[in-house]
Design a protein around this ligand. Sequence first.
Ligand SMILES: *[C@@H]1O[C@H](CO)[C@@H](O)[C@H](O)[C@H]1NC(C)=O
Ligand SMILES: *[C@@H]1O[C@H](CO)[C@@H](O)[C@H](O)[C@H]1NC(C)=O
Ligand SMILES: *[C@@H]1O[C@H](CO)[C@@H](O)[C@H](O)[C@H]1NC(C)=O
Ligand SMILES: *[C@@H]1O[C@H](CO)[C@@H](O)[C@H](O)[C@H]1NC(C)=O
Ligand SMILES: *[C@@H]1O[C@H](CO)[C@@H](O)[C@H](O)[C@H]1NC(C)=O
Length: 398
Amino acid sequence: MSLKSAITVRTLFVLVASLCFLVLVNFFTISSHLFLYARIISSYIQVQHRSNATSGESEYIQWLQEKSRARKANVQHARKNVSLHARGKWKVYSATYAKDDKNKSEIASNAQHNLIVSRNDRQDSCDNCFAHKFDYVIFSDSICKVIEGKAVELVIFIMTAHENNEQRNAIRQTWLTISKNNTANVRYAFILGETKDKSLREKIMLENSVHKDFLMENFIDSYSNLTLKTIMSFKYAANNCPNVKFVMKTDDDMYVNVPFLLELLRKHEKALQKAVGGSCTQKASPIRVQTSKWYASYQSFPHKYYPGFCSGTGYVTSLNVVRKVYEVSPNIPFFHLEDVYMSLCINTIGYKLLGLQGFNTGRPKLDPCLYKSFKLITSHGLSAHMQKSIWNGICSIF
Ligand SMILES: *[C@@H]1O[C@H](CO)[C@@H](O)[C@H](O)[C@H]1NC(C)=O
Ligand SMILES: *[C@@H]1O[C@H](CO)[C@@H](O)[C@H](O)[C@H]1NC(C)=O
Ligand SMILES: *[C@@H]1O[C@H](CO)[C@@H](O)[C@H](O)[C@H]1NC(C)=O
Ligand SMILES: *[C@@H]1O[C@H](CO)[C@@H](O)[C@H](O)[C@H]1NC(C)=O
Ligand SMILES: *[C@@H]1O[C@H](CO)[C@@H](O)[C@H](O)[C@H]1NC(C)=O
């Protein structure tokens, strides 16, 4: 190899190395910019989604733009910080900037809060805006009545619809038999609102004259009024079940393994004085897709997260919690998803959501051995036929 070619190789190497260095440096700059623009674009998409929901639209866009600008300033600041740092001057600069930053974020969060408050969006709390002013159409004071001094441990409130007669009969004949027609340590009531359908209403009156296990109030019964049914149940428990220890809320298409539920409740008695138990998530986001069963508009819930919730398919708690929730509920504005509403109240009181084993929001395999074991406390979506076949099914292990 000649001297000349060695020099050329070295020059080439230096050239390539510097080129690589430049590309790398630029890559970081470009990617930080790309990231920034992606955030700005996503902010605009958020605005687009909101655009029909509220009147404070332009205010909100302004706030988002402010936020984007603040992000951009932060990136610039960070870059400046690096260069100052290199010159040993960052201390003074970052101290003043940090103060300024804190002030900015405070202003921004205040702005966001004021926006939410100033709009027609659902408020976090109110002064007696959701008082439960409904009257009973069907009432019985004997659901929780103590008989011959024997303790009543659990009352189960079962949300039902007028037409679900077959479902109700199936569970009366299966897992509800433990209540011995509301005379044992476990009690229950079917919870209903009003219907305009006269013949359906007649049928309910007839069914109630046989079983005397309904409670009905004079609000319109509908899926989006489920929250009213829960509050109605809690009102009943608070006023008419002073001796009951535990309360469960569930639906008429649920299987409940009551004997094992009782054991679980006794085990968690202390925790349940300040908690709701079941199949719970500690954090959840509202579903903004309009076709979803659980859709929540921005207006009905303007925050990014729910404070978690225990699935309304079946949750349990103590009479203490029921009383507290019933007390606080007039000041917690209506929200149509009953289980989320419950957790909004729980959150306000400062109580907890307690995940419990065996609470299923789906329907595990219809195996009598499973359904009669400690492994399963609730199962969801059983037809009348399924209830009976599980109940009468034989588990060869026992
Ligand atoms: C907003 O309103 C327009 C026209 O009224 C409608 O076409 C569009 O689907 C709406 N968008 C949302 C997100 O609701
Ligand atoms: C600026 O640099 C200092 C030292 O590296 C660091 O502690 C500080 O967090 C930086 N400030 C910002 C806003 O990046
Ligand atoms: C924060 O910003 C507000 C409004 O710009 C200003 O009035 C206030 O003095 C600032 N506070 C601090 C601690 O810098
Ligand atoms: C409960 O009531 C139903 C209907 O009135 C009756 O057929 C059944 O025998 C009663 N069960 C008990 C345990 O009393
Ligand atoms: C809920 O009940 C109230 C009171 O009866 C009624 O005005 C409202 O229309 C009901 N909501 C639905 C969606 O049925």
